[in-house]
Design a protein around this ligand. Structure first.
Ligand code: GUN
Ligand code: ZN
Length: 440
């Protein structure tokens, strides 16, 4: 089915310079038609040149069209514990998170939870995510099935954890390996599903399990190989505990390196308490940090040093980390990321923020041939947004556009930055996945 969407098209062709509000790397095409055929983007042309009568036209001029956001770290079962009061990471896991995850042993809970979670992602403008389910095989299975039913590209895998958690959340090395191999064989590379070897964090896996996870990564390596996801250096108590559990390791990150878990397809959440040698290791292995500012603020974990990541350089993408994070909205997450950098005395441009949740994430995941931009050939994972929602944002947008008498028009960055800071899921008008309109 051929259709064309008229809107202001915003995406990136390469990474914008850190700290710059200049438009290098940005591709902004105000009032253009985006042409979609067979679920893929096939071109774009100016608003005054509509395509022929064989195209179904959707005229949304005055709205904003972006590639769907990519959330590189989020927990499906933790929607049930979002906004839980009063704890830092380790207490929060024991008090709220582990009890919630225990429920996912039930196939019914897992399937209902996966459907609710993916529909919520789409309603927040996120079309691809790297997702933690639970230790239960059925919870990964449910996510793969629910994503396939929606046509979404998803990266997930059964969580590995064989110690330091309630018995109902523990697996063992042999059984976990068999489950992973079976899930990889049946789901990895099937449609848009991709498998991630999922180590919760070093504290909940024995050395034997970490070695098994590393062997899985080696056995299924390559450009279409499996991913690896975990947490690293989020909280100072956690870092201290890892030091006690692995006294032989140079650092927390080094535990993963020693077990063969750092590679181009590795996604590590947080990375707040790293040193220069850790960052160099991220650079040399190609592993990425999924920066999760809303979670880092909510759990009081710390302020991520994005400038150091740029200086190294190593890869950074953006993540909600719900339920440590307090919103699935990557726009709200960007606003939080700006504030975290402001507290560090740095400034996060709207361009770097938006790039890190679109093309930047797609490139870090090796998926830029498919997602993260509005170029010809990409899969049509699209989100249409209102520039402003509510009287405060409407006035702020009018000021930026120069539509208020006496107020000089501001540059494009100022307008997009105000949108990024004020907008959330209420600004979302519609989401398409592989060219199919999502009904939620
Ligand atoms: N570290 C280990 N597990 C988790 C989790 O579920 N959330 C966060 N934020 N950190 C973790
Ligand atoms: Zn997490």
């Amino acid at each position: 089915m051929k259709f064309a969407l008229r809107a202001d098209l915003l995406d990136f062709t390469h990474a914008p310079a850190w700290g710059s509000t200049a438009t290098d790397g940005l591709r902004f095409r105000p009032d253009h038609w985006l042409l979609v055929d067979g679920g893929r983007i096939v071109g774009a042309q100016p608003g005054h040149q509509p395509p022929g009568t064989d195209w179904q036209l959707h005229d949304h001029r005055g709205r904003l069209l972006l590639p769907g956001f990519i959330d590189t770290h989020v927990h499906c079962p933790q929607l049930d514990v979002i906004a839980s009061y009063g704890t830092g990471l380790l207490d929060w896991l024991n008090t709220y998170t582990f009890p919630a995850e225990l429920r996912y042993a039930s196939a019914d809970v897992a399937h209902e939870g996966a459907a609710r979670f993916l529909d919520a992602l789409l309603a927040h403008g996120t079309t691809t995510a790297v997702v933690f389910p639970t230790v239960h095989k059925v919870s990964a299975e449910a996510l793969f099935e629910a994503a396939a039913a929606r046509g979404m590209a998803i990266v997930t895998g059964k969580v590995l954890m064989d110690r330091h958690a309630p018995p109902g959340l523990l697996d063992d090395v042999t059984g976990a390996q068999a489950d992973c191999e079976d899930l990889i064989q049946r789901h990895h590379g099937r449609g848009r599903n991709r498998y991630a070897v999922t180590v919760r964090f070093a504290a909940t896996s024995s050395r034997e399990q970490l070695a098994m996870a590393g062997a899985l990564c080696r056995r299924h390596a390559g450009p279409d190989g499996v991913y690896m996801q975990t947490h690293v250096a989020e909280n100072t108590d956690e870092v201290r505990w890892i030091g006690q559990l692995f006294p032989e390791a140079r650092s927390y990150l080094d535990v993963y390196h020693a077990h063969g878990l750092l590679h181009e397809r590795a996604v590590l959440a947080h990375g707040i308490w790293l040193d220069a040698a850790d960052r160099a290791l991220l650079r040399d292995t190609g592993a990425q940090i999924a920066h999760s500012p809303s979670s880092n603020l909510f759990l009081g974990s710390g302020l991520f040093d994005w400038q150091a990541a740029i200086d190294t350089p190593h890869r950074v993408s953006l993540a909600s980390d719900v339920g440590g994070g307090t919103s699935l909205s990557l726009l709200r997450t960007m606003a939080e990321a700006y504030k975290v950098q402001a507290l560090r005395g740095a400034r996060l441009s709207a361009w770097t923020a938006l790039h890190s949740a679109t093309l930047g994430a797609a490139e870090s995941l090796g998926l830029a041939h498919e997602i993260g931009h509005l170029g010809t050939g990409a899969v049509a994972d699209l989100v249409l947004w209102d520039w402003a929602c509510g009287p405060v944002a409407v006035q702020r947008d009018a000021i930026a556009r120069g539509a208020v008498p006496g107020a000089a028009a501001q540059d494009l960055h100022a307008r997009v930055f105000a949108w990024m800071t004020l907008a959330d899921e209420r600004n979302r008008v519609a989401t398409w996945v592989a060219g199919r309109l999502h009904s939620g």
